[in-house]
Design a protein around this ligand. Structure first.
Ligand code: UDX
Length: 446
């Protein structure tokens, strides 16, 4: 089979991992974005964000000539390729509903380019978009601008992406499933052939469905994972009211039930990142607009809103008033192995601590430069975990970085003014720490 030529519009996590994944398997890929700086980095073989394994394959693909970054120029990349993945951002509007401006502009540009093109071209929406978007917004824009008919003159698919930050590139190469929503059979077959060739002997289950079902699968998956997290956080909050109860043991035992499974049952200060908060909000807004009030998802979001503030409540229970108290924060990124602080749970925690008059010193192995753009000089920044603990009245563990696991009770007792540790991610063994200091852990009965 002759490999189709591919273009990718939008080179964020999803777009770039898709582009590099395909290029690394010998496809010829054009990666297109309006951000000149990003494209210039990509063409030098440097990923614009930190993601394990991506750098090597990116620079290899650029050197081999399989991948090329292009600024703007949608018409050129459509002309020179057979399939286009659209992976532009879909941010939230202030009311939580999805902002489709980048999708709309990509669809208009692709439509204009299709008008000039004679051969069959398939557009694949990879961005997370609410159900109905590809059918009711993308398709009409493509048809209007191209003056052609979808399913006859050109093809259209919706193909959600399930990668996680921190393992994004590996997730692209080893998917659990491929979901293909297709407007017409030919488009779906074209994309299915591409994936079968891409994964060859390791092709995961491929689900063929409608455009809207494909869109909903992505939201349902993320909402389910977010629900698991808010559920276990609810159980953690109940555990705290029961002497001797421990959410970690509850979660381990629950996870052994095959119907429940062990993953995404780590109680903590809530979920953050660029997907779960935004996608749960967008699904709620979409559902309400359609006339159904998804109460369960409202609760999932509500739990996630109050959960981080528990760290502040614990601090107050230990210290009384926070005015003038020194609080050490370990971990700023929304999860370990990333410098991303989008919707990081530490943001509401620090804001509340500052509101109550506390002095905050923070440390994170990689997210400090991003934190400085958020908090500026409202907080202090330490250059190591131990320096962060110096003279602190209380320490809150917000992100479970591997390097924090090495901290011993003595590291806290020797450096802090008062050794009060609040373990918001259940990193430390309560038996070891409880005897040496005031130790409060989330989900642990008092
Ligand atoms: C998520 C989905 O996993 C991925 O499939 C989708 O494509 C994008 O959104 P990501 O945002 O990269 O990926 O991070 P993930 O590892 O899923 O964690 C999200 C948040 O949930 C983090 O803040 C993490 O700390 C929190 N979390 C995760 C928990 O609090 N407990 C858990 O058990 C698991």
């Amino acid at each position: 089979m002759k490999k189709p030529r591919i273009s990718v519009i939008g080179v964020g996590y999803v777009g770039l991992c898709t582009a590099v994944g395909l290029a690394s398997k010998g496809y010829s890929v054009l990666a297109c974005d309006v951000d000149e700086q990003k494209i210039s980095k990509i063409n030098q073989g440097i990923p614009p964000f930190h993601e394990p394994g991506l750098q090597e394959k990116l620079s290899e693909s650029i050197k081999k000539g399989n991948l090329k970054g292009v600024v703007g120029q949608t018409d050129q990349v459509i002309e020179e390729t057979d399939l286009t993945f659209v992976a532009v951002g879909t941010p939230s509007k202030p009311d939580g509903s999805i902002d489709l401006k980048y999708i709309e502009s990509a669809a208009c540009n692709i439509g204009k380019a299709l008008k000039q093109k004679d051969s069959y071209h398939v557009t694949i929406i990879k961005s997370t978009v609410v159900p109905g978007t590809t059918q009711n917004i993308v398709k009409p824009l493509l048809e209007k601008e191209s003056k052609k008919t979808c399913g006859v003159d050109f093809g259209l698919c919706m193909n959600p992406e399930f990668l996680r930050q921190g393992s994004a590139f590996q997730d692209t190469l080893n998917a659990d499933r491929v979901v293909i929503g297709a407007y017409d059979k030919q488009s779906g077959d074209t994309l299915e052939d591409l994936y079968k060739d891409f994964y060859s002997a390791h092709t995961p289950p491929i689900i063929r469905t409608t455009l809207s079902t494909a869109e909903l699968i992505k939201y349902a998956s993320n909402a389910m994972l977010a629900t698991k997290i808010s559920f276990i956080n609810t159980i953690a909050n109940i555990c705290e009211q029961i002497p001797g109860a421990d959410v970690k043991v509850v979660a381990t035992a629950m996870g052994l039930d095959k119907r429940i499974g062990p993953l995404f049952l780590d109680a903590g200060l809530g979920y953050g990142g660029s997907c779960f908060p935004k996608d749960v909000k967008a699904l709620i807004a979409c559902s309400k607009k359609l006339g159904y009030d998804p109460e369960l998802l409202d609760s999932v979001e509500q739990v996630n809103k109050t959960q981080p503030l528990k760290a502040v409540k614990f601090c107050k229970e230990q210290l009384g008033k926070l005015e003038g108290k020194n609080i050490a924060i370990l971990g700023l990124a929304f999860k370990p192995d990333t410098d991303d602080m989008r919707e990081a749970r530490v943001i509401p925690i620090i804001n509340q601590l500052l509101k109550e008059g506390a002095n905050v010193t923070a440390y994170d192995p990689v997210a400090m430069p991003i934190a400085k753009t958020i908090f500026d000089n409202k907080i202090s920044y330490a250059t190591s975990a131990l320096k962060c603990l110096k003279n602190a009245d209380s320490c809150i563990i917000v992100t479970e970085w591997e390097e924090f696991k090495k901290l011993t009770p003595e590291d806290f007792t020797k450096n802090m003014k008062q050794p009060i540790l609040i373990d918001g991610r259940r990193m430390f063994n309560p038996e070891t720490f409880k005897t040496k200091m005031q130790f409060v852990a989330l989900g642990l009965g008092k």
